[in-house]
Every structure is written in C-alpha cells, then in structure tokens.
Ligand binder design. Structure first.
Ligand SMILES: [Cu+2]
Length: 124
C-alpha cells in the first residue's frame, strides 16, 4: 500500500519527482556516546534541506547551536533533551556554518555546513 500512496502523491503533483532525494529527505546525523559523538561530526547539506539527529544511545543528549547561551538571543536551534530512541529534526537552514554541542555533555561537538542549493526548494 505504501508504494501506491507515494505514486498517488506524485501523480497529484504533491511530491515533485524531479527533485534529488537529498533535497527532500532529511540528512541523518547519529549521536554516539563516544568520540566523535555526532556522526558525521561535520555534516554538509544543501540549504533548504531538513536535518535530523537520531539518538540510539541509552542517555539523553541535546543538539544545541553554539549561539544558544543565556546572554545571547541568537539561538537558531536547540533540541532540548532528546531521550534514548528519540530524534530531533530541523527544517532547512540558510547557507552558513552552524557549530553545535550537547548541553548535557559539552565535550560533544559537531558542525553543520549548509551550502547554497541550486534547486529551489519546492513550495507546497
Ligand atoms: Cu550528550
């Protein structure tokens, strides 16, 4: 039934079949208890593409943009505690470099590099 539903969406024009898969499906980043903690630790994604962090570890972690401090309002994303088995997804970001860390374990650090997409994201 699932493939039939997908075909129906494409035929109805709700899903553009011409977009590359990396522009529509989230980039996956997996949290780990050991170094490098976020895999990949440096993730590159096109602007407008969503990013999803998954937590398969037995402990809580966060995905917190480094600009998120109590003194600064420049908090572009902060997951809050993501429980074991949980995940956190953000919509597309504009191009730029976004270093982030885990509030609970500050040794955990990663970066998302967003590059300009050549294809306009679909407008639904
Ligand atoms: Cu952590």
């Amino acid at each position: 039934m699932k493939w039939l539903w997908s075909v129906s969406l494409v035929m109805a024009g709700m899903v553009s079949p011409g977009l590359p898969t990396d522009a529509s499906s989230p980039l996956r980043i997996v949290m780990e208890d050991g170094s490098p903690y976020y895999i990949p630790v440096s993730a590159t994604v096109s602007s407008g593409s969503p990013i999803r962090w998954e937590n398969p570890t037995p402990t809580h972690h966060t995905v917190t943009y480094n600009g998120c401090t109590e003194d600064q309002p420049h908090c572009l994303f902060d997951s809050g505690p993501v429980p074991p088995g949980g995940e956190f997804t953000i919509p597309g970001l504009p191009s730029g470099r976004y270093p982030y860390h885990c509030r609970i374990h500050p040794i955990m650090r990663g970066i998302v590099v967003v590059i300009d997409a050549h294809v306009e994201p679909s407008r639904l």
